[in-house]
Design a protein around this ligand. Structure first.
Ligand SMILES: Nc1ncnc2c1ncn2[C@@H]1O[C@H](COP(=O)(O)OP(=O)(O)O)[C@@H](O)[C@H]1O
Ligand SMILES: [Mg+2]
Length: 294
């Protein structure tokens, strides 16, 4: 959106990283986007706080979706499946080294979780000149993960995974809920390895960060947020003011206890430190503050 100077003259454009919403048309006009006509950008219906997210779909798929096509004598309107997810990060970086440090976080996650458990991404730096000056901006082209959000705080009932898959398509081979349980066990095991070896935990708490695919795979899609775990009394807030370390530890606990039926081990140093009632009460208050400020 143009920014007006005090004299009313339009003197610059607002940086895309500060804009609450960025339209697909605006993306097409960005200096670092090649508008070839083969692809379309579409605003993704889910969004986050740290990035603008767009589906990259084939133009011919969009045409098929809107005009329809005749299949077995009936006109069908098949939904265009994203080829990739395009992400523009809102974070500001002072230098290329800063960006490389950010990308290394993703590499660390990839090494420990493996490509089965994260949405793989090709991250790249662009020279963004929309405000009249050159700025380095981090972008990513990420694997599209189809599925439903797994929210660790909304796992109620005796069989939460079965409930999540109950209303799904009936023609999935095998038992996706059973497969999902196996994958959740593998995923949490790998997260624990990451914690043990590096002292970092991925952000498991952000809304929509974990996706369960129709086939029962679990994938972390928010792959740039990892938080250092410090065993001290301070409840640290991330750059957005969210207690992401404490909440991620709690998310891990919820996944293990509610989906895998694991008893909380009173000797587990992670849970013993972070999940005390007094600390959790403070975390709840901080979370409330965070949501109030949105
Ligand atoms: N590769 C992806 N495939 C499918 N959905 C995605 C993908 N990346 C992000 N999303 C969805 O977009 C929303 C925001 O993503 P997220 O990675 O959490 O962004 P942010 O970094 O801004 O928090 C979430 O609901 C998430 O499920
Ligand atoms: Mg997120």
């Amino acid at each position: 959106m143009p920014v007006l100077g005090s004299c009313g003259i339009c003197w610059s454009m607002e940086d895309i990283r500060d804009q609450a919403h960025l339209s697909a048309d605006a993306v097409k006009g960005l200096n670092f986007i090649k508008n070839s006509g083969f692809f379309e950008f579409r605003k993704y219906y889910r969004s986050g706080l740290r990035s603008h997210i767009f589906e990259v779909v084939l133009t011919e798929d969009v045409k098929r979706e809107t005009r329809g096509e005749i299949r077995d004598g009936a006109r069908m309107f098949p939904k265009a499946r994203p080829q990739k997810m395009f992400r523009i990060f809102r974070s500001r970086f002072e230098s290329k080294d800063d960006i490389f440090r950010e990308i290394r976080k993703y590499k660390l996650l990839l090494n420990f979780l493996g490509k089965e458990f994260i949405a793989r991404s090709e991250e790249f730096i662009v020279d963004y000149r929309g405000t009249g000056v050159s700025r380095i901006v981090l972008c990513g082209l990420q694997e599209y993960v189809e599925g439903q959000i797994l929210d660790p705080w909304r796992l109620s009932g005796k069989t939460p995974l079965e409930d999540l898959y109950r209303d799904g398509e009936k023609n999935r081979p095998g038992d996706p809920a059973k497969r999902a349980r196996k994958h959740v066990a593998e995923f949490t095991g790998r997260v624990r390895q990451l914690i043990r070896h590096t002292g970092y935990i991925p952000d498991l708490a952000g809304i929509g960060n974990l996706i369960l695919t129709p086939m029962g795979r679990l994938k972390l899609v928010d792959i740039n947020n990892i938080v250092e775990i410090r065993f001290d009394p301070v409840i640290r807030l991330d750059d957005r003011g969210y207690p992401s370390c404490d909440s991620s530890v709690e998310a891990l606990f919820l996944l293990e206890s509610r989906l895998l039926g694991r008893e909380i081990q009173s000797r587990d140093p992670l849970f013993r430190h972070f999940l005390t009632p007094e600390r959790q009460k403070k975390v709840r208050l901080l979370e409330r503050e965070f949501y109030k400020a949105l």
